[in-house]
Design a protein around this ligand. Structure first.
Ligand SMILES: O=C(CO)[C@H](O)[C@H](O)COP(=O)(O)O
Ligand SMILES: [Co+2]
Length: 225
């Protein structure tokens, strides 16, 4: 059936079984994107994976690969993830002093550029450079770990961002990452998010594909186009 809304669900493999990654990628074939969290033990106190594994994920899955960089010096490393085959690369406000230059470099490589804010960071400084990005990521947990509690107080930020995007007639997407589940999906969709990342709610479920459908259905019911 034709998807009547533009809500997209991006399961995070942070909660998958890294020894059975191909199996766990197949289990989310009904998703819209696959979200890959790259952490470096410096920008966040956790360590995950790098370009060689992202390259293999891109080869194995049919889904577009959405790389979320939680690393220092994305100016140096983000292009390597573009070369690895990413569909989109997200880097954090607190990690770069040259976001526009990096976004343009990613675009020149044919990859979507996305900018992320942590819960304590304001979104207003991005308004001046909104046109440079395909998507803004509003974190609804402190970056670093899956399975944390959803921070509902970030919804005011999502609403201000949605208002600004609408007012200027842009088609920038808003992604929300952290604690998204079938029970919080309607809250983020109502606030104006259109790309929902969910890790533990998908891979912690008995049936990951069913969890994706539940998140999508609940978000779709609250989504205002
Ligand atoms: O970026 C992340 C953590 O920094 C993850 O994408 C996020 O936490 C997803 O996991 P969950 O849905 O379990 O919160
Ligand atoms: Co993430």
């Amino acid at each position: 059936m034709e998807n009547m809304t533009s809500i997209q669900i991006a399961p995070s493999i942070l909660s998958a079984d890294f020894c059975n990654l191909e199996r766990d990628l197949k289990a989310i074939a009904n998703a819209d994107l696959v979200h890959v969290d790259v952490m470096d033990h410096h920008f966040v106190p956790n360590l995950t994976l790098g370009e060689p594994i992202v390259k293999r994920i891109c080869e194995v899955t049919d889904l577009p690969v959405d790389v979320h960089l939680m690393i220092e010096d994305p100016d140096r490393w983000a292009p390597e993830f573009a070369k690895a085959g990413a569909y989109s690369v997200t880097f954090h406000m607190g990690a770069t002093h040259a976001p526009v230059r990096l976004a343009r470099q990613l675009h020149d490589m044919g990859v979507r550029a996305c900018f992320a804010v942590r819960p304590a960071e304001p979104v207003e400084p991005i308004f001046d450079i909104l046109e440079e990005f395909d998507m803004i990521l509003v974190m609804t947990v402190e970056p670093g770990f899956g399975g944390q509690k959803f921070l509902g107080n970030q919804m005011a930020k999502v609403r201000r961002l949605r208002d600004e995007i609408t007012r200027r007639g842009l088609d920038t997407k808003i992604q929300v990452d952290g604690g998204v589940s079938p029970t919080t999906a309607h809250i983020v969709a109502e606030a104006g998010a259109d790309v929902l990342v969910a890790g533990s709610a998908v891979y912690g479920a008995e049936d990951p594909a069913k969890a994706i459908d539940q998140i999508r259905d609940n978000a779709q019911a609250a989504y205002k186009d």
